[in-house]
Design a protein around this ligand. Structure first.
Ligand SMILES: [Zn+2]
Length: 286
C-alpha cells in the first residue's frame, strides 16, 4: 500500500515527473468492434430455451451455445453475482479477467467483451444490455460490474481470520462445476478463476489505492445480458455478501437468488461468425 511517509525523499523534479500525461495502454478503437445492431436484431426474435437459479450463498452452472444470449437478473433483492466462463469444449480456455480489464477498463458495460485466456485469447461473450449503465462512476470512484476483484474465497478468509467458511463464491463455483462436469472437487477448484463481479459496486480508494466495495445499486428487475461468441459453460455464484455493502465470507448479510436465462435466436446475427482462436503463431521467438 502506498504510504504517506515514504522512506525516500522526493527528487527535485518530482512534480515534473508526476505531471506527465497518462497514455491509455490499449486503445479500444483498435479492437474489432461488435456489431451491436446485428446482435439486437437477432435478440428481438429469440425465444427462451433455459432457465437456472443460483440459490443464495450457492452457485449454478449453465450452458450457452454460441450465437445465443444469456441474461443474469436480480429478482428478490439486491444481490451480487460472481461469474466464471469456460469454453464448453475445453475448460482450459477460460475468462481472463485481467486482460479484459486492461482492454476495457475496471468496470464493464454494453459493448465490452469478455476475453479468454492464452493462447486462444478471443472474445467469449459480448455484453449486449445493462440496465445499470446509468450508474457511471460515482464520487468515490466506484462503479458496477468490475473486473478488479477476484472472488471471495475460503483461503483468504482463513488467512485473515483463521476460520473455515464453505460458502464463499470460490467454493460455490467449485461445487457447481464439479457437479456439472462430474469432476473431483480439487480438480474443479483449479478451473475456477477470477470473476466478472456482476452488479457489484467497487473501486479503489483515491488516497491509498485500496480495493473497496459499497452496497450495490441493483434492484429486482435489473439485468446484465450477454451474447455467447463461442459455446460456453458458465457458473454464477450468489455471493454470501448479498449486496456487498458490509461484509462477505459469512452468513451475516441478507442474500438473494439470481436468475440466469438463455435466449436462442431464430438466426445468427447478420455477418456474425464464432471468433477463431488468436492468430499469434505461438513460436515465442524459437
Ligand atoms: Zn463472493
Amino acid at each position: 500500500m502506498k504510504t504517506a511517509s515514504p522512506a525516500y525523499p522526493a527528487p527535485a523534479d518530482a512534480e515534473a515527473r508526476r505531471g506527465l500525461s497518462p497514455v491509455v495502454c490499449y486503445d479500444p478503437a483498435t479492437l474489432p468492434a461488435p456489431d451491436l445492431g446485428a446482435y439486437r436484431a437477432a435478440r428481438a426474435g429469440a425465444r427462451k430455451t433455459a432457465e437456472v437459479l443460483a440459490p443464495p450463498r450457492d452457485a449454478a452452472c449453465f450452458e450457452v451455445p454460441a450465437g445465443s444470449f444469456f441474461r443474469i437478473s436480480c429478482i428478490d433483492g439486491p444481490q451480487v453475482g460472481d461469474l466464471n466462463l469456460w469454453n464448453a469444449a475445453d475448460l482450459g480456455e477460460r475468462f481472463y479477467s485481467g486482460k479484459t480489464r486492461a482492454l476495457h477498463g475496471t468496470h464493464l458495460s454494453t459493448g465490452d467483451r469478455l476475453w479468454s485466456s492464452f493462447p486462444a485469447m478471443r472474445p467469449m461473450a459480448t455484453i449486449t444490455d445493462d440496465t445499470l449503465d446509468w450508474y457511471g462512476i460515482d464520487a468515490f470512484g466506484g462503479s458496477v460490474h468490475d473486473v478488479i476483484g477476484t472472488r471471495c474465497d475460503p483461503y483468504t478468509h482463513n488467512l485473515l481470520t483463521g476460520g473455515q467458511y464453505h460458502h464463499c463464491c470460490h467454493s460455490n463455483l467449485t461445487r457447481a462445476l464439479a457437479d456439472a462436469r462430474g469432476l473431483p472437487l480439487a480438480e474443479a477448484g483449479r478451473h475456477v478463476h477470477d470473476v466478472l463481479n456482476v452488479f457489484m459496486c467497487t473501486g479503489f480508494t483515491r488516497d491509498t489505492g485500496q480495493y473497496f466495495m459499497k452496497a450495490s445499486p441493483v434492484r429486482p428487475g435489473d439485468y446484465l445480458e450477454f451474447f455467447a461468441e463461442i459455446d460456453l459453460v458458465g457458473a454464477l455464484s450468489a455471493c454470501p455478501g448479498g449486496d456487498c455493502g458490509d461484509e462477505h465470507s459469512s452468513d451475516a448479510a441478507a442474500c438473494h437468488p439470481l436468475k440466469i436465462e438463455v435466449f436462442t435466436p431464430e438466426a445468427a446475427p447478420a455477418g456474425w461468425a464464432p471468433p477463431a482462436p488468436n492468430g499469434y503463431d505461438g513460436s515465442h521467438g524459437r
